[in-house]
Design a protein around this ligand. Structure first.
Ligand code: FMN
Length: 204
């Protein structure tokens, strides 16, 4: 598979069902290492990663996602999500697809190392690096936040101290089916020249 940077960027997407195939520690380490090369406010590097392999813990985490999805998350998304993604998320959460991931990585931010207002902005670049690394390694992954509505329960499941706040859960494993290309609008639909409203490529 082509692991050229731009090829990886253009095929990265959410994987919501996984093969029953283990992921080695060395692959997990490569993914996390990529995360730690991300920028962070004041180079605070506030990330903490909990690699969850234990099935009963993974099931408890997945149960939180199911509660969040059925307890309002799905109804909220119905208004915005297109049909295909809704069906995929349904399969991942209600259908148990995410629970098939042999690894779940809880990515958390240490509020004692970074101003709480800068935590998300300091963790999301690390998460994106991890998603790209996973793709380059042939692994499926996803950025999921649905469970954060139950942050304190999640903290308890993986024994995070109060000051280390979960930011996302990344399921990791080998994809159960080809993901296909991401559907994205062209950059030119979102790019302006000098001032908003001057379409890129059409300015005088
Ligand atoms: C902030 C954020 C939160 C997300 N949370 C979830 C989630 O909780 N569950 C999920 O299945 N996907 C989640 N996603 C993945 C998006 O649904 C996905 O990136 C988007 O629909 C594009 O789909 P694609 O990756 O298949 O191209 C999240 C993405 C972002 C950026």
């Amino acid at each position: 598979m082509d692991d050229d940077f731009f090829s990886v960027v253009k095929r990265q997407r959410a994987c919501r069902r996984y093969l029953d195939k283990p992921v080695s520690d060395s692959l997990v380490e490569e993914v996390i290492t990529a995360g730690t090369f991300a920028p962070s406010a004041e180079n605070s590097q506030p990330w903490e990663f909990v690699v969850v392999r234990d099935k009963s813990l993974r099931d408890q985490i997945h149960d939180l996602a199911q509660r969040a999805w059925s307890g309002g998350g799905r109804d909220f998304s119905l208004r915005h999500l297109d049909e295909k993604i809704l069906a995929d998320v349904d399969d991942g959460i209600s259908g148990g697809g995410y629970a098939t991931a042999p690894v779940m990585i809880i990515v958390a931010g240490d509020t004692e190392r970074c101003h709480p207002k800068a935590i998300s902005a300091s963790i999301l670049p690390a998460i994106q690096n991890m998603l790209l690394a996973a793709t380059a390694l042939g692994l499926g992954s996803a950025l999921t936040t649905i469970t954060l509505g139950f942050a304190s329960e999640l903290q308890a499941i993986v024994a995070l101290p109060d000051s280390v706040v979960p930011q996302a859960i990344i399921p990791l494993g080998f994809p159960a089916r080809p993901l296909g290309p991401p559907r994205r609008e062209s950059f030119s639909q979102h790019t302006h020249c000098d001032q908003f409203g001057n379409a890129w490529g059409q300015a005088q």
